[in-house]
Design a binder for this molecule. Structure first.
Ligand SMILES: C[S@@+](CC[C@H](N)C(=O)[O-])C[C@H]1O[C@@H](n2cnc3c(N)ncnc32)[C@H](O)[C@@H]1O
Length: 271
């Protein structure tokens, strides 16, 4: 592969990746795309970018591998604690009030862009500790990165990755194993991991809480707006949406209502 990605190739690949995933490569992160493509060509023993492009058009599995390789999967347990405080102190009591005593007592939660599982497992532990008696959590966690989903499903985290978990949660919800910690089955059972591309309809409906944090930053505005619209369709009347603290729906003209609480800001589908 030539040292530098020619402009025409950059455009070709950036369009393909955007069309397939919403992930937008700007000129400033062109070198990241370059290095990922270099790795893929090496792996496939190919020496031409055009040849690899032809392969991607035919081979959907390889396309998944490329998309996986251009994702950023950085995450951690209890990332942005304020969101979990708001979930526990505002959203859960509010849902209990809205759904009422005779309502279906399932709490449907979707971690969209769950990476290696720290976010949905944080929620699963929080639900295990704080859901009112009689409520059953149903947590769906999805991502476009197959490699991340494999780690998530395994539920093993090296010692260096468990910072942020309160000691009592760690003691109750993890097993100490050589080199790290294994999430206990009773927590794991409450999370269903799925491969899902946010470009498509998830098929989920009546979700009470969607958490999609630090994912939309990789999309351009059109892809962000389309994703937010799909969340709307997946969500129940009177439900809640959390996005990353550096992300915003400001100026996007969505139907969500902005909610500011003493813990954190998020959005409500107020219908
Ligand atoms: C930086 S991680 C955020 C993980 C977690 N939500 C958090 O805030 O810690 C972003 C995740 O979004 C996923 N992602 C990016 N584009 C996606 C798409 N089109 N569909 C589904 N997941 C996507 C990436 O694979 C990655 O795991």
């Amino acid at each position: 592969m030539a040292d530098i990605l020619a402009d025409a190739d950059f455009e070709l690949y950036r369009k393909l990746i955007y069309d397939e995933s919403g992930i937008h490569f700007s000129a400033t992160n062109r070198s990241i795309l370059e290095s990922r493509l270099r790795e893929r060509l090496r792996d496939k023993k190919l020496d031409s970018l055009r040849g690899y492009y032809e392969l991607l058009l035919k081979d959907k599995e390889e396309l998944k591998v490329l998309l996986d390789s251009v994702t950023t999967n950085l995450t951690r347990f209890f990332r942005n604690q304020a969101h979990f405080d708001a979930l526990e102190r505002y959203v859960i009591p509010e849902l209990a009030k809205i759904r009422g005593p005779s309502a279906d007592r399932k709490l449907r939660f979707w971690s969209a862009g769950c990476s290696t599982g720290e976010e949905p497992y944080t929620v699963a532990m929080l639900f295990a500790e704080t859901l009112p008696a009689g409520w059953t959590p149903e947590i769906v966690a999805s991502d476009i990165s197959l490699k991340s989903l494999m780690v998530a499903k395994e539920g093993f985290y090296a010692d260096s990755r468990i910072q942020g978990i309160p000691d009592d949660y760690l003691a109750r919800h993890f097993e100490k194993v050589p080199g790290g910690y294994q999430i206990k089955d009773q927590v794991k059972r409450t999370v269903r991991f799925d491969y899902h591309n946010l470009k498509n309809d998830s098929g989920l409906r009546n979700v009470d809480v969607v958490m999609c944090r630090n994912v939309l930053i990789y999309f351009d505005e059109a892809a962000q707006k389309a994703t937010i619209e799909r969340f709307w369709d997946a969500m129940a009347p009177q439900s809640f949406l959390f996005i990353g603290h550096s992300e915003s729906l400001f100026g996007m003209n969505t139907r969500f209502e902005f909610v500011k609480t003493e813990w954190a800001c998020f959005y409500r589908k107020n219908t």
